[in-house]
Design a protein around this ligand. Structure first.
Ligand code: HEC
Length: 110
């Protein structure tokens, strides 16, 4: 009983380690625009992504894929991504050190 639980746990751990391992490779195509560190995009109309919340990234990618969020560049990037790709990329990019900050609303609206 205990042994089978341990085996199941090990299988889970190794499959998540593999998932994390594939993300940097999958992210190479994205780096062409968003920057290798995802914090230095190649132009100012391309957003910084490093350190962004993973659920935000996943939602954005899912919306580009479904067409709910429209952008010609990102639409074509997202259409080939599977649900698993979206999860892995979002988890990976969110762990990268970035310079995104939360600006309190009272500093935006005066
Ligand atoms: C050809 C350039 C290009 C490539 C390649 C590219 N992106 Fe983007 N990305 C953009 C642009 C431009 C935007 C802003 C689009 C908009 O205004 O909605 C964007 C926006 C995003 C957003 C939304 C960010 C936000 O703050 O709302 C995410 C998430 C994202 N990209 C992830 C990716 C991922 C993951 C890949 C690789 C699979 C990728 N991008 C590849 C140009 C690119």
């Amino acid at each position: 009983m205990k042994a089978s639980l341990l085996i199941a746990l090990l299988a889970f751990v190794s499959s998540s380690a593999q998932a994390a391992g594939a993300a940097p490779q999958k992210a190479e195509v994205c780096a062409a625009c968003h920057g290798a560190d995802f914090n230095t995009p190649i132009s100012e109309d391309i957003p910084r992504l490093a350190g962004q919340y993973p659920d935000y990234l996943a939602r954005a990618l899912a919306d580009y894929k479904s067409g709910a969020r429209k952008n010609p560049l990102m639409g074509s990037q997202a259409e080939g991504l599977s649900g698993q790709d979206i999860e892995e990329l979002s988890a990976y990019i969110s762990t990268l050190p970035g310079s995104l900050v939360i600006i309190p609303l009272h500093r935006l609206i005066r």
